[in-house]
Write a protein that binds this ligand. Structure first.
Ligand code: GLC
Length: 735
């Protein structure tokens, strides 16, 4: 529809209709069918509001979407189509690794392909919008939603944010295989105090600007169609009522013209957070802050009309928000085709097709991080061994995280099934060994997931012990339950559940050749696991091809290449722990006799495994690191070239990382900051030069006077396979 026609439509709409476009109806109300009575009415959605709604959420399959679209358009006075939205976070039915696992691939290009695949499947089934990517920077493993982020680094998250938006939206969101992306949660949601979900966020302006905001900006610059507000406060004002960030920064400074939707009930919660007297005040605050759509509550529906009539909200604000909703529908082509091509796409030919499954396998393999591999116990030999695969994940089919709404166990390859496919002539045995969860900590809130079937724990243990005794090697397959991470999944104890810790301890008494593969949504406290394992693999929740990927990696059919996108803390006592920390005035120099340094009495400062860490099955030698010059100016960038050689006995992939340290600034500067990375695959004996460019913009930060710029001085450059790299070059930025 032409802009002028859209304007004519807006002009012809009643105030009630325009307000209707600002409302997202929860899908469960529509699925429940109870329009006039029941939950809908209890929530305050009367029939007119209901059919005037602009969007809905979590309605799946095209036939259902078409039915609802037809029903609503018929009742809508101007027959305006609904937007169908959903949380398709890491795949529609072809479920791939959780975003934190994708972050460990250091492969944004692959994530762009994954997002495009997810868009093809979502669009084929009639969805218009996905509430992804989540780009919240995370440093606190207690927070359950770290699984949805690509990790603790600003630059890495920005690369993944851009890639995801490009993948989901393609060239044009009106195209058949595209959906509109929605970057979330704006802003700073990944830093809830004490790692407790929905808690306040207390960040300095500089930390927010330099560390947390750039990934959202990367999504906006990539053309993301929607932004979602976060539950938290920013400078003590909740995001959904925060004009400074939602209008001044997001729209006026960053130039975002798309649609801003609240998070679920976040507008309504302004009252609970104590910044609004009542629902009407919440609506007033949010619409003035520029929040265009109210997610799944009737706050706008019940308040805006009266606020306009009372002159508290200019109708122009309603028009502005309504136009943004109409423009998104128009860019999707919904006025011409309310089904967005889904009626012409054969979903059954797209969803879970072989190409998509192969992509899930590739992503699962790249997401796994080999943390430890003593005496090269891995890869496993292919013959002559007795190998026991023990643990609740030995034959589990739920290998995907909680934000895999449409994931199905029957679509998933378990580790056992993956092992059975591998061509090897070992004797392989399998045992569950113990229950997944500690009965003392039952999970709540995820229907159908929280109850474990009753188990005979003694029998399980006995079976596992017997198999372990006979084995040359034991592969333990342990981890969190998927519902122990994700939204509302904060934990104060970030170890694997107690029954599994006990199992590992008992098994280690009868066999010391232990490899442990972990399934998890967060970095864990793995001191006990690490102590008892010769090798440890962090598999995150790898998705429907996870079992096949783990089997191939264990037997060397493919090589591990992942690098940690988020530090594994030594213990929860260290959290938040992250690589790009500050030196402090008393940096710990290792001398524990000196009490008065920044250190703990009982645990180390360093994490168990740092950001950027990950082993391969070969060895890479960083033969040389050379700077093109030891001085640079604003106008003359420099390059750093690193010669890397595969000196091991098999092919491998190294993620070469480049970090920069600004030795002095008008404000304190982090000890390192990732500024470049590149995945390099080398055959045995092969070598290659990787070159990174360093320009002035990469050295800029929010200075003492709050301007954003670089400052002349000395800089270190580190290049290596982990943030723990020590060797560095040096250059000067001249004034
Ligand atoms: C949730 C989440 C958000 C999600 C939305 C819709 O509360 O915070 O990430 O997209 O509601 O399900």
């Amino acid at each position: 529809m032409k802009k002028e026609d859209l304007q004519a439509l807006l002009n012809d709409m009643s105030l009630e209709e325009k307000i209707g476009q600002l409302i997202q109806i929860p899908g469960f109300l529509i699925e429940g069918g109870s329009v006039i009575t029941g939950p809908a009415l209890e929530m305050g959605f009367d029939e007119e509001t209901y059919y005037n709604a602009g969007a809905t959420l979590s309605i799946f399959t095209f036939e259902r979407i078409r039915e609802i679209q037809d029903q609503f358009m018929a009742r809508q006075p101007h027959h305006i189509p609904l937007l169908f939205m959903g949380d398709i976070i890491n795949g529609y039915r072809s479920i791939y690794p959780i975003p934190l696992g994708q972050g460990c691939s250091f492969d944004p290009a692959l994530s762009r392909e994954l997002a495009a695949m997810s868009a093809r499947e979502s669009a084929a089934e009639g969805l218009h919008v996905t509430f992804s990517p989540m780009v919240d920077l995370v440093r606190d493993a207690r927070w359950g939603r770290v699984m949805e982020s690509t990790g603790e680094d600003t630059y890495l998250n920005s690369c993944f944010a851009k890639a995801a938006v490009e993948g989901y939206q393609g060239k044009d969101i009106a195209d058949a295989g595209s959906v509109a992306a929605c970057v979330k949660h704006f802003a700073g949601y990944g830093a809830p105090e004490a790692g407790r979900d929905y808690n306040v966020v207390e960040l300095s302006d500089r930390t927010l600007k330099d560390d947390y905001l750039p990934p959202y900006k990367a999504a906006v610059d990539a053309g993301v169609e929607m932004v979602m507000t976060s539950f938290n406060t920013l400078n003590r004002i909740p995001a959904s009522g925060n004009t400074e960030y939602m209008r001044t920064l997001l729209r006026d400074t960053w130039g975002f013209h798309g649609m801003l939707i609240s998070d679920w009930a976040a507008i309504n919660e302004l009252e609970l957070q104590g910044v609004a007297d009542d629902m009407a005040a919440s609506a007033n605050m949010a619409i003035h802050a520029g929040v265009d759509m109210d997610m799944c509550t009737p706050v706008y529906a019940l308040s805006l009309r009266k606020l306009v009539k009372e002159g508290k909200v200019p109708e122009a604000l309603i028009d502005e928000s309504c136009m943004r909703v109409l423009e998104l529908k128009n860019r999707l082509g919904l006025f011409e085709d309310p089904y967005h091509h889904a009626h012409q796409t054969k979903a059954e030919q797209v969803v879970l097709c072989d190409e998509h499954r192969a992509l899930c396998l590739k992503a699962a393999e790249e997401s796994v991080v080999l943390l430890k591999n003593k005496r090269d116990i891995l890869p496993l030999k292919k013959e002559g061994q007795n190998i026991a695969f023990i643990g609740p994940y030995a034959d589990a089919h739920r290998l995907y995280g909680v934000w895999s709404m449409l994931g199905r166990e029957e679509d998933t390859v378990s580790v056992k099934e993956g092992i059975e496919e591998i061509g090897q002539s070992n004797t392989c045995t399998f045992a569950k060994g113990c229950r997944m969860l500690d009965p003392k900590f039952p999970l709540t809130g995820f229907h159908g997931m929280e109850q474990e079937e009753e188990t005979d724990d003694e029998e399980l243990l006995l079976d596992a012990m017997m198999k372990a005794k006979r084995a040359d090697v034991v592969v333990m397959l342990l981890g969190e339950h998927p519902a122990q991470s994700g939204e509302g999944g904060s934990r104060g104890d970030i170890r694997i559940p107690k029954p599994q810790r006990k199992l590992l301890k008992e098994i280690s008494k009868v066999n010391s050749n232990i490899v442990t593969v972990l399934f998890h949504g967060r970095p864990l406290d793995i001191r006990g696991v690490d102590r008892r394992s010769k090798a440890v693999m962090a598999a995150w929740f790898p998705g429907i091809e996870g079992g096949r990927a783990i089997a191939r990696l264990l037997f060397g059919e493919s090589e591990p290449s992942g690098k940690l996108a988020m530090s594994f803390p030594y213990s929860v006592g260290q959290v938040p722990v992250y690589y790009d920390h500050f030196a402090t005035g008393r940096p710990f120099n290792g001398d524990i006799t000196n009490r008065f340094q920044s250190r703990y009495q009982d645990i180390p400062n360093d994490p168990m495994y740092p950001f950027g860490h990950g082993l391969t099955y070969t060895t890479f030698d960083y033969v040389s690191v050379e700077l093109s010059s030891d001085t640079m100016t604003k106008e003359t960038p420099i390059t750093v070239s690193v010669r890397i050689k595969n000196i091991g006995n098999r092919k491998g992939t190294e993620v070469v990382q480049m970090y920069i340290r600004d030795l002095k600034g008008s404000v304190v500067r982090p000890v390192k900051k990732l500024k470049g990375f590149e995945r390099v695959t080398l055959e045995q004996g092969e070598e290659k030069t990787v070159t990174f460019r360093i320009d002035h913009s990469m050295l800029a930060f929010t200075r003492a006077d709050m301007t954003f710029d670089a400052e002349p001085g000395t800089f270190y450059v580190y290049v290596g396979g982990s943030s723990a790299v020590d060797k560095h070059g040096e250059f000067t930025l001249q004034a």
